[in-house]
Write a protein that binds this ligand. Sequence first.
Ligand code: GLA
Length: 380
Amino acid sequence: MAGLVAALGACSAMVHAADENRSLGSIAKESWGKTSDGESVDLYTLTNTQGMTMRVTNYGAIVVALTAPDRDGKFADVVLGYDHLDDYLKSSPYFGAVVGRYGNRIAAGRFTLDGKTYQLATNNAPGGVPCHLHGGNKGFDKVVWDAKGEMKDGAVGIRFHRVSPDGEEGYPGNLDITMHYWLTDQNEFRIEYAATTDRATPVNVTHHSYYNLGGHDSGTILDHELMIAADHITPVDKGLIPTGAFTPVAGTPFDFTSPTVIGSRVNADDTQLEYGLGYDHNFVLSRWDGKLRLAATVYDPQSGRQMEVLTTEPAIQFYCGNFLDGSNVGKGGHAYAYRTAIVLETQHYPDSPNHPDFPSTILRPGEEYRHTCVYRFSAR
Ligand code: GLA
């Protein structure tokens, strides 16, 4: 097996492995073009034993396509994205990408750590208020990662690795980061993040797939049912920066503690919904203990597809595509309109470096950052 995995890194090959004891999925690798700097980019196609496929590129570690079966066993591609690398290079609202070094927002792009103030790029300005978003102008979503196909019992995957250099996008310290993407035979897309640093730095890495369980081109997600295991949100100001308060969800449009149709309250008269243009908020997972457990469930009554989200992180950003406006023309020429996807980003709270009472996002030399996130698919 080791030889087989090594071969995958080196050549363009289709590998299908099966022996008398177990059957494994497959990994295929092809060239997918070049970045504007001339860096070569590859596209991997992973297939599990259940017939699910995931297409992943080493540019931004982007999940380009992911198929899942409906209640009749019919597969559909359930993530928004583009057919070609050039489209991702031109403009993408983080479709399917890893985001970091700090996913989500940092107020005014500024924080103080160990007595030193750092100024990061302010690449976003909701409500006219500039902030740092998703790692800056050239975040983890816009770099080429080292990638290598991997296989193990019950899963096929890709190992991504990169050292984010000291000073990149203004962040301190060389951050050595490894991510494993697994497509398991239990129909799970599993991400395992690990990172170390040589200087103290904030770290908050997450995944930004836009899911539509009816299929990427099936229209609005307002009919999907959502459960989030969160009793509180961290409310935001008009710049989408947490105020520092914790608001109970009970009695508000943010109560998803039992499955609720997303569209049923998205247009309610509520200041938080007004600021987010809909749902775009950090949900604080109840009774967080750092162990992997269920954080959210999404269900599409039409197709019967269900996606459970499990995480070791303390929170989850629920964003429902409020900024999509049809200008991103994606796979198959489909224009992605307003609220046609749901993004569930497992994370630490936004702007944590400026909130000492939030769970810390500071990684120090000698420590290891670890984060696991599982998107598990089924149908009923
Ligand atoms: C995140 C943010 C949103 C938006 C999207 C990208 O999910 O929370 O406000 O910036 O990324 O469009």
